[in-house]
Design a protein around this ligand. Sequence first.
Ligand SMILES: Nc1ncnc2c1ncn2[C@@H]1O[C@H](COP(=O)(O)OP(=O)(O)O)[C@@H](O)[C@H]1O
Ligand SMILES: [Mg+2]
Length: 328
Amino acid sequence: MKDLQTEPTLSIRNLTVDIPTRHGILRPVDQVSYDIQPGEILGVVGESGAGKSMAGNAVIGLLNRPAHIAGGEIWLGGTRIDALKGDAMRRLRGKKIGMVFQDPLTSLNPLLQIGDQLVETMTAHLDISMSEARKRAIQALEEVGIPAAAARIDSYPHEFSGGMRQRVVIALALCAEPSLVIADEPTTALDVSVQAQIIALLKRLCRERGTAVMLITHDMGVIAETADRVAVMYAGRLAEIGPVRDVLTAPHHPYTRGLMGATPLASQGKARLHQIPGAMPRLDALPDGCAFHPRCDCVQGKCRQNPAPDLAADAGRSACWYPVGALV
Ligand SMILES: Nc1ncnc2c1ncn2[C@@H]1O[C@H](COP(=O)(O)OP(=O)(O)O)[C@@H](O)[C@H]1O
Ligand SMILES: [Mg+2]
């Protein structure tokens, strides 16, 4: 029997996503494994195209065909969810997993008043009356910092600014008391001036509730501010995973080191550490060996011939033959 005390909220094991094309199968997510504990924020970081969103969408059953889960397992609490279909997945999405996307208008129905959307979500998933749901909707809007929530509950999404809209989305994502929130670039489309507030809000509310968070971002600064652990993805694979302080202060994978150098925050007050030359390979043109080897400043012969070592769950920090600090 599983130990309930230590059971992760989310457990991904060897997750593989395939996209069949006329020219062969692309693999945007390749054997990815990680856990997220209750109340923990896992930052998933990597350059654009690394497979971060595909991995997140696989968890919530929102892969667009022809992309599909081709292998591995996804567990939410004690329930395996990777094979759930249609209605079962939709119910789970609303109830157990909250979602925050880059564009708030993806999550909000432009034709519905925001209060109605909150009430609808709550009455669908919680055993409460309409009037109780409306009361809670006002509370939820207050909690996310919507001024005059009782008056604004009957407003439509377009009546809010981008930042206020994303606050409403966070209220909506949390209103059915999910155990997991997947936030995919939640601040990328917002004014720089409100990004930090939205991240702080998400962090505070999830901490208070013990909600696990998968925070997908290309921004190491956001990770540094927010995450407990960080998973670094490159070309569909996990390059490195570990506690955020360890990974950011002493990255093992040369790619992580490069990403850090590309972050203004990391290089504040210091000389720029690194710039990664070149670009991430396309999925239909992955190099032999370790996918990062053509850009790696620590590359050796083995890296050109052998795929990077597997990064198994609960073991190791980086999928690198010659992790930084261990060079001989
Ligand atoms: N329909 C598709 N056909 C082919 N490739 C796709 C398709 N959708 C996404 N991809 C590829 O999948 C990879 C992973 O994408 P994604 O998960 O969105 O990356 P990220 O979120 O890290 O920026 C990218 O290389 C992207 O080009
Ligand atoms: Mg993405």
